[in-house]
Design a protein around this ligand. Structure first.
Ligand code: ADP
Ligand code: MG
Length: 432
């Protein structure tokens, strides 16, 4: 139940805890279990031996998913309501936080790469939050017979540099140096937010198209991983889905409702405490940690009601600023391992996640736009791009690289097409 009440007091960030089952290796080595989940009571108990004494620490969360919880359980209990809110015009963010190897990627992406959807468009049981959310979005939009558009972006943040996981292929073959040049800058959007310059925005028409994109994106992430020496544990990935839905007022005015879902697979939380010690690579290590460290500082500042919230100190917190103390509805899924060898990290994850429960956001539904205003905005954007392209051509402005020039030309063209499409659907309302 959201409403006026939420708006004034804010709502707490929702924090869920998921504990994965023992891995085969852990089972073989008979690793003792130190984490016990009580899903029903929403409690997690961690047993420790301190100076020969047995101590249980108990944490309570908004929801707890023990080792036997399936992907579907977590999705239906925790994510379905979030996606419904996105479809109502809210912005929502889900973060996966935890030590490497505890199931962040399993929870967010799952293992449905090859199999894709089954005969009736059913997903395999191992499918994670992203494919399920995509399916729910398209199923709902199609059943409502709505006129809509769905756009996705997929990026990776590593070492404070942004890589587009949906950018056209060639990139995987270039050298590291060249790859570094492909980093995309983060810029103010003039409306209090930020945007990633040149980020590929794919318009998708069906769930299966998104699966193909997702597969391409995560394959790219994996290629980069072997290439850059296990960077995935140190990189964050952000998959965003933006939905525009057309509605008509009783007066016949066309309105556009907009909602956005951000799905974030964070870097391994162990990177906060451990790396950064080695001499020669101190700067690199520092940069690697910067976003995760800043995320922690932002959470602290919000929880302690400090005046200054250091959003601007890292790219991750700049990108997701609105998800932390802003107008977005936010959920954190903290993941842990049941085994004793992870005990220290498990406790640190539980403390971190428990603390994040105190963050309050003030979710606000996005204002609906009049279609005419949206078109006006798009024309404004075209003018801006035109001016940049012109300046580049005349060399009397700021030089932009060839690549960006082509990028902007194509953006401009895509936008012009979009406007044309809107215009034609105005003339003939039967068309999409
Ligand atoms: P992370 O992204 O946090 O580093 P992964 O998602 O890669 O961790 O998970 C590590 C391994 O554990 C993978 O092989 C994954 O399939 C398995 N795993 C994680 N969570 C679960 C779960 N809830 N059920 C079954 N297997 C899991
Ligand atoms: Mg992972």
């Amino acid at each position: 139940m959201s409403g006026r009440h939420d708006k004034e007091k804010g709502v707490n960030v929702q924090v869920l805890l998921r504990c994965r089952p023992f891995s085969d290796d852990e089972l073989r080595s008979n690793a003792p279990q130190v984490v016990t989940c009580n899903d029903y009571q929403r409690e997690v108990a961690v047993s420790q031996n301190i100076a020969g004494k047995h101590i249980d620490r108990i944490f309570t969360f908004d929801k707890v998913f023990g080792p036997s919880a399936q992907q579907r359980d977590l999705y239906e209990q925790a994510v379905v309501p979030i996606v419904n809110e996105v479809l109502e015009g809210f912005n929502c963010t889900i973060f996966a936080y935890g030590q490497t190897g505890t199931g962040k990627t399993y929870t967010m992406e799952g293992e449905c790469k090859r199999s894709k959807s089954g005969p009736n468009g059913e997903l395999p049981p191992e499918a994670g939050v992203i494919p399920r959310a995509v399916k729910q979005i398209f199923d709902t939009l199609e059943s409502q017979n709505a006129e809509y558009s769905v756009k996705v972006t997929f990026l990776e943040l590593y070492n404070e540099e942004i890589t587009d996981l949906l950018a056209p292929e060639e990139i995987s073959r270039v050298t590291l140096e060249e790859k570094q040049k492909k980093q995309l800058p983060l810029m103010e959007d003039g409306k209090g937010g930020v945007l990633v310059r040149g980020l590929e925005e794919e318009i998708v028409a069906s769930a299966s198209e998104i699966f193909t994109l997702l597969e391409r994106g995560s394959a790219k992430r994996r290629t980069a991983e072997t290439f850059l020496n296990k960077q995935s544990s140190r990189s964050h990935s952000l998959f965003s889905i933006t939905i525009h839905i057309k509605e008509a007022t009783p007066e016949g005015e066309e309105l556009i409702k907009c909602g956005k879902l951000n799905l974030v697979d964070l870097a391994g939380s162990e990177n906060i405490s451990r790396s950064g010690a080695r001499e020669g690579r101190a700067r690199e290590a520092g940069e690697i940690n910067k976003s995760l460290l800043t995320l922690g500082r932002v959470i602290n500042a919000l929880v302690e009601h400090l005046g200054h919230i250091p959003y601007r100190d890292s790219k991750l917190t700049r990108l997701l600023r609105d998800s932390l103390g802003g107008r977005t509805k936010t959920c954190i899924i903290a993941t842990v391992s049941p085994a004793v060898h992870c005990l220290e990290e498990t406790l640190s994850t539980l403390d971190y996640a428990h603390r994040a429960k105190n963050i309050r956001n003030k979710p606000e539904v996005n204002q609906k736009m009049m279609k005419s205003t949206l078109i006006k905005d798009l024309y404004g954007e075209i003018e801006r791009l035109k001016a940049e392209v012109y300046a580049a051509r005349e060399k009397n402005g700021v030089y932009i690289p060839k690549e960006r020039y082509y990028q902007e030309e194509s953006e401009r063209k895509a936008m012009a097409d979009q406007i044309e499409q809107m215009g034609s659907s105005d003339r003939n309302p039967a068309e999409g």
